[in-house]
Design a protein around this ligand. Structure first.
Ligand code: ADP
Length: 174
C-alpha cells in the first residue's frame, strides 16, 4: 500500500520552516501533496495561484512532492485524493493547543486519517509567514527566512501595493 500524506496550509508565502517540514515529511511517506488552502479566515498578501506557484517552484526538484489547491474541509480533500496522513509542523508551545484541537476535530470527522506532527528545526522556531510579510513590508532583510524567488515575489507584490496606496493617497489629496 502506498502511503500518501497531505501537508496543508496557507503558505502566504512559503518559507524555510515549511520547506524543512515538507522535506523531512516526504522522507517518511511514498508521496507528499502540499495542499494550498484557497480561502483562509485571514487576510492574504498573495492570491491562491501565486501561493501555489511559489510552492511549486520550491519543490520543482523533489520527485515525490506535488502541489494542489483546495477549498473544502482538509479531511475531505485528503479523502478525495486517497491520503491516509495529515502532516503538520509544530513550532513553539503556543502552536500545540491549536494543533491538538485541530487534530482531534479532524479525527472525529475522519477517523481513518491520522495526523503526524513534526517538531520544527530549532532555527525555524519563530518563523511564520506573518513575520515574513511584516519584515518584507518594512523593507527588512528576509534572506534567512525565504528562498530568493520568494524574496523577489515579495518585492514585486509590495511595490505594487505601495504604488496603489500612493495613488489612493494622491487622489484623496487632490
Ligand atoms: P504560517 O503559520 O507560517 O502562516 P501556514 O498556515 O501556511 O503557516 O502553516 C502550514 C503548516 O506549516 C502548519 O502545520 C504550520 O504549523 C507549519 N509551519 C509553519 N511555520 C513553521 C515553522 N517555522 N516550523 C515548522 N512548521 C511550520
Amino acid at each position: 500500500m502506498t502511503m500518501r500524506a497531505v501537508f496543508p496550509g496557507t503558505f502566504d508565502p512559503i518559507h524555510f520552516g515549511h520547506i524543512d517540514i515538507a522535506r523531512r515529511g516526504c522522507a517518511l511517506f511514498d508521496d507528499l501533496v502540499i495542499a494550498v488552502y484557497d480561502r483562509p479566515l485571514k487576510s492574504l498578501l498573495f492570491s491562491p495561484d501565486e501561493r501555489m506557484e511559489l510552492v511549486r517552484t520550491a519543490f520543482e526538484d523533489d520527485d515525490n512532492i506535488t502541489v494542489q489547491g483546495y477549498r473544502t474541509l482538509t479531511v475531505s480533500f485528503c479523502t478525495s485524493i486517497n491520503a491516509q496522513v495529515l502532516l503538520r509542523g509544530l513550532r513553539v508551545f503556543s502552536d500545540f493547543e491549536h494543533e491538538f484541537r485541530m487534530a482531534l476535530a479532524n479525527r472525529r470527522l475522519a477517523p481513518e486519517i491520522d495526523t503526524v506532527s513534526l517538531i520544527t528545526s530549532e532555527k525555524h522556531t519563530f518563523l511564520n509567514s506573518t513575520t515574513v510579510r511584516e519584515v518584507a513590508s518594512l523593507e527588512g532583510d528576509v534572506s534567512s527566512m525565504v528562498p530568493d524567488f520568494v524574496q523577489k515575489a515579495l518585492d514585486e507584490k509590495l511595490s505594487q501595493t505601495r504604488a496603489s496606496e500612493k495613488e489612493v493617497y494622491n487622489s484623496l489629496r487632490d
